[in-house]
Design a protein. Sequence first.
Length: 214
Amino acid sequence: MKSLQNEASAHCPHGCEPFDVTYWSFVHGDENEELKSAILGGELNLVRCPECGHYFHYDGELIYFDKQAELLAFVFSPKDKAREAELKAKMAADYQVIKNTLFNELHLDYPPISLFGLEELQHLLHHEEENAAESEVVAAAAATQGFEVARLKPSYARAHHFPLYVPAPAVKNPTANDYAVAAAKVLQSGLKSPLLLHFKDTLSQEGQEPPVCL
């Protein structure tokens, strides 16, 4: 599905006359790097008041989707933060509709994320890039130690604050503790990775299930 734009009336925070704008309402991040870069740079849906020349972000609702990252985010106006419970219920209903229609062929099996304002989306994407970079370092360190590298399901890794890649135990049907032991061995090599450390600490706890891998 391609990124989409809508038209709306914008209201300058300086009280000028409303004016018409075209804004992005759906961004397919992994298929449009230019728009993703605009979000990271704080430029997406940035408009200029024709009356006073003031620049501001049009805060219409936006859906951000990244298939590879298993990320579906509903971005609401920061002004509506007080309506969070109501908007999350709306998001859940909208998610079921688009999951079974527009995204039916993708077989989405992860929940959406709610955000308030483009700044929160910008912070999330920056955090995603930082985690991806750290995950690559974990993968390289694991391979150097002679481990196979397992790739975690992205939405699972995000929800649990785990790296995208972890060392895979060299046993059949590994347990959660087997993964924790493998992670500990890689960390003992001198690797400084808060994500892998959290992964190790979590999976070493009693009653944990093995991680969800692709």
